[in-house]
Design a protein around this ligand. Structure first.
Ligand SMILES: *Cc1c(COP(=O)(O)O)cnc(C)c1O
Length: 533
């Protein structure tokens, strides 16, 4: 299996090259040359597989055995999920008659990104060790320096993914004093020698600007081989396809044979749900995937209007565009000034554009090429390149105009596989409350709550035999502010007793590993990297 860039289409890379490169030099994202179909007897053969068995079987379809052998792949997967606390890795939890929660937060940092980042860290280490083993004595060893910025929720998953890995060091920048105490403690209490928390006196945007400047710095790149672990990395999407299969088998064991499943996915950068799209295209039976966004709703607006648009247009915010009803009205919050991300109660989904959406747009462009040119018109490589040039044009419009409107046919294709809903802060809080009142032992985190609220909105359009599986992306203790705000009035609610896991107790008092940078200045951060990498 080879990979190519969504914006190029012609040059093919190995899995290893695609994973180590991350973002393609032309600005595109890597996708597989074909989406493999499932083995003929997969349902029979895989139905009693563990998460790890499934992971090995599914990843095998996307990674050539000549790149990673069966035994090596199995060892990588084994090691990656040994850090999870639950024997099922991603267990299902029933919440009512036709709903399950798929709990993705049993990894080391209590959020769904662990599923992919535990694997990605091991994969990086595997590739580097293999490359270095081939080097002659005296030749310099290949190393990787992971650099990233975090507003709190995602930095810890990256740190836990690469802690204590050979040939890798990691520098995660966070805005000093602007990260919640628990999240700050999760990151800074990791004391492995290759982990460097950099507390920058400034904002999250300052941290992000510094990281961008570092990646744009040729000298730094050459000297330190800078790498990113953000959600555009193909290996992350791939690792996430597994829990869709795992949940499918687990749910069907509890349901009538004719049951149909719908996955509802709280999403921001479109990574989690994109994995579901790949599972669907591989042949996993499912109803339309449901996109659940918070008030940063570029995706929900796309499915309403076919416009992928960064900033709310005047028409969309109330001047009578019937395809895009007034937004932000439900809780009285105004859209922020042009270009701004709204701060919501589900901060891990606070985005302006969804970086992985480009991959779906490529498939929409590709199907358009087939429709226009007919199956026999050109060879596969030509069709791919045409789709890439359409996609590259769309992305250039997003860059210059902040928006693109896809052809009606492309929107219709997108609507065949997805529905979408936007959930306000108020709905997020109400939904946490609603589920707590129905069952006081069940407390949803705000991201999961966005999924639950969207599930209720899309349910009436579903066939009667449909059961919904809502992806739960974080443990409620990680986002205590929203949970406490939703449940503070209830005397039966006790955060310490009902929510806080054992692992978080005493965390705030543990020894810290932080490097302070007194000014948001890229030169100061460079000095830190030079000193510690
Ligand atoms: C990252 C994250 C999400 C969003 O995932 P995407 O892949 O961007 O859709 C949702 N919830 C939590 C808790 C996250 O950390």
């Amino acid at each position: 299996m080879k990979y190519f860039s969504t914006r190029g289409g012609k040059d093919l890379l190995s899995f290893e090259e695609a994973v180590l490169t991350g973002l393609a030099p032309d600005g595109g994202l890597y996708i597989p040359e074909t989406i493999p179909s499932l083995p003929a007897n997969w349902q029979e053969q895989w139905k009693d597989y563990s998460f790890i068995d499934l992971s090995a079987a599914i990843l095998r379809l996307f990674i050539s055995p000549s790149e990673i052998s069966d035994a090596e792949l199995r060892a990588l997967v084994d090691k990656s999920y040994a850090t999870f606390r639950h024997p099922d890795i991603t267990p299902l939890h029933k919440v009512g008659d036709k709903r399950f929660i798929l709990e993705l937060f049993h990894g080391p940092t209590f959020a769904f990104k662990d599923v992919a980042l535990q694997f990605l860290g091991n994969l990086f280490e595997f590739f580097l060790l293999r490359r270095n083993a081939k080097k002659a004595g005296g030749e310099p060893q290949e190393k990787l320096t992971i650099v990233g910025a975090t507003s709190g929720d995602t930095g810890s998953a990256a740190i836990y993914g690469v802690r204590n890995k050979a040939n890798i060091s990691v520098f995660i920048l966070h805005p000093k004093g602007r990260v919640s105490p628990i999240q700050e403690a999760q990151m800074t209490t990791v004391t492995d020698a290759n982990v460097h928390n950099v507390a920058v006196q400034g904002t999250f945007d300052d941290c992000q600007d510094i990281v961008k400047a570092l990646f744009g710095d040729k000298e730094m790149n050459a000297a330190y081989h800078l790498g990113a672990v953000n959600s555009i990395n193909w290996a992350r999407i791939l690792a996430q396809t597994v829990y869709y299969f795992h949940a499918y088998f687990a749910a069907l064991k509890q349901l009538p044979a004719d049951a149909s499943l719908q996955f509802v996915v709280p999403t921001g950068n479109f990574g989690d749900i994109l994995a579901g799209y790949y599972a669907k295209k591989m042949g996993l039976p499912m109803a339309k995937l449901a996109v659940a966004t918070n008030e940063n709703d570029i995706l929900a607006r796309f499915w309403r209007s076919g416009k992928y648009e960064k900033v709310e247009s005047a028409a969309a915010s109330g001047a009578g565009d019937s395809t895009a009803p007034a937004l932000g009205a439900s809780d009285g919050k105004q859209a922020t000034a042009a270009g701004g991300v709204k701060e919501t109660l589900s901060p891990a989904m606070d985005i302006l554009v969804s970086s992985n959406f480009e991959r779906l747009l490529w498939y929409l462009a590709r199907q358009g090429v087939v429709a226009e040119e007919g199956q026999a018109a050109t060879d596969e490589k030509e069709k791919r390149a045409s789709a890439s040039s359409i996609l590259a044009h769309w992305m250039s419009l997003v860059k210059t105009d902040g928006r693109v409107e896809v052809p009606v046919a492309a929107l219709e294709l997108a609507r065949q596989d997805f529905v979408a809903e936007r959930i306000s802060n108020e709905q997020t809080l109400d939904t946490i409350k609603f589920h707590f009142l129905a069952d006081p032992s069940y407390i949803a985190d705000p991201h999961t709550s966005v999924g639950l609220a969207a599930a209720a909105l899309v349910a009436p359009q579903n066939a009667p035999n449909t059961t919904q599986i809502i992806l739960s992306t974080a443990h409620p203790a990680k986002f205590s502010e929203a949970v406490s705000r939703a449940l503070q009035g209830y005397s039966e609610f006790n955060f310490e007793r009902d929510v806080l896991p054992e692992e978080f107790r005493g965390l705030l008092e543990k020894k810290r590993n932080v490097i302070d940078v007194p000014k948001a200045d890229v030169e100061l951060v460079k000095q830190v990297i030079k000193k510690y990498a």
